[in-house]
Design a protein around this ligand. Sequence first.
Ligand code: HEM
Length: 537
Amino acid sequence: GKGKNVNENSKNEQLEQFRVNDEGKQMTTNQGLKVSEDEFSLKAGERGPTLIEDFHFREKMTHFDHERIPERVVHARGYAAHGEFEVYESMKEYTKARFLQDPSVKTPVFVRFSTVAGSRGSAETVRDVRGFATKFYTEEGNYDLVGNNIPVFFIQDAIKFPDLVHALKPEPHNEIPQAATAHDTFWDFVANNPETAHMVMWHMSDRAIPRSFRMMEGFGVHTFRFVNHQGKARFVKFHWKPVLGVHSLVWDEAQKISGKDPDFHRRDLWESIESGNFPEYELGVQMIEEEDEFKFDFDVLDPTKLWPEEEVPVKIIGKMTLNRNVDNVFAETEQVAFHPGHVVPGIDFTNDPLLQGRLFSYTDTQLLRLGGPNFHELPINRPVCPFHNNQRDGFGRQTINKGKVSYHHNSLASNTPIPASEEEGGYVHYQEKIEGRKVRGRSESFKDHFSQARLFWNSMSNIEKAHILDAFRFELGKVKSKYVQQQVVDMFANVSLELSTVIADGIGATPPQGEVSESEVMKSSPALSQINTKKRP
Ligand code: HEM
């Protein structure tokens, strides 16, 4: 019946057609010619020059020379696994997405976890945001939830993303540091773009040094829309909650592990799955009625804000289990292409200006990274449902489309693909009413940068506060520019006088000029007494 065309094995069965077992086989060239010798190139005389007619040497060497593809411009270091997702009860009231209707349906998924800043070979336990990207292979097409382990983001508008990444990646003149926030350009960006305040609080917290991929939350960050069969829409935010709970390393451990086992997180994930100890995450949603859009003291379209769970509770709706490691990291983990714009009927976008820009960026980068317009044909990216359209040709095309007509609205062929109606599952964008002048700018409702950062700080226990203070003092302490350090100290006085004063004290900057004196703040800081090393670095 409806919803049963895809099961948890669908993706595995599809991948099976592409798996090759080379074991015990005779060696051939790519043309299938058996090879008689693979250690010596063809030469004119035993001590003579190599001959250009040695096609075996040429083919082997050429293929090797072309093995590398560009790493992802962000999230280059990642690790992935296969699994399945099941919804606990029908979400029909809220969304028509088919994979969220029937608890007996198991949808295959592929999840890639990542760090953001480091290159493909960088260490895994560094202080960084973690990517948490999930591809659901649903019977209505692929749905990608491309999230992070922190519920908010650094910036509000996608046009700043290249600037953000230029600031947090290694500095371009000397490519230092590899994967760390401990440098001038990162903090200079923070100080001059105060909307970063909330995310930076999370970044300096223990959330940025997770114990394991199995012990991290995931967040869609943006506000999306659920749309049901009646066409009624609601705002929605997505959450992954690890069944094992959220756990972090402490900084000292994180640093030592980086040296002793830079593969710590991938090893943990691989070994857990190999030993049948399958990581599980529950999917949660927060929903806000459209008519309540303006009832909050933040803008629901602002990705630097979360929806406090006390005000908008998280409804747990399903569970994902990761139960199978990849066969080949390049073919699967590296070639997978996630995209926040891969949606299914029942899930739609909002005007979050960060999300809107992401909708452009991912395909654009993948056209380069995966070498042309046919990367949807790569085994890991293929939907498990059939796909048909009039797109043709391009580098690496594998599909052999039949027939002479490849355009829509024609009279020569009766069997070319035609669009589906909404009832037949055709995707129809939510008909949001839009009115406005064409402007560059930011709504006034996006201008409060410190309230939620303060809320975060105030919600921390003393030991958590101590870890945050230590992190600021360590990371900001590495900054060479005294001017940048001072700007950061001044900026975070807007979050907490205690936070700002203790940072200033740790790095030799001038404490903020508040109503209470520095010494009073220092004396009354319970978090300060938890810090082991007073002066850093
Ligand atoms: C990867 C752009 C914000 C999560 C990427 C990639 C690009 C990109 C170009 C590389 C993709 C690839 O090579 O396949 C952007 C832009 C953003 C933005 C322009 C803001 C305007 C975000 C946010 C999140 C996020 C807010 C989390 C909600 C991810 C993840 C990956 C990624 C998880 C790695 C996907 C994988 O594992 O392959 N992003 N990003 N990004 N991004 Fe974003």
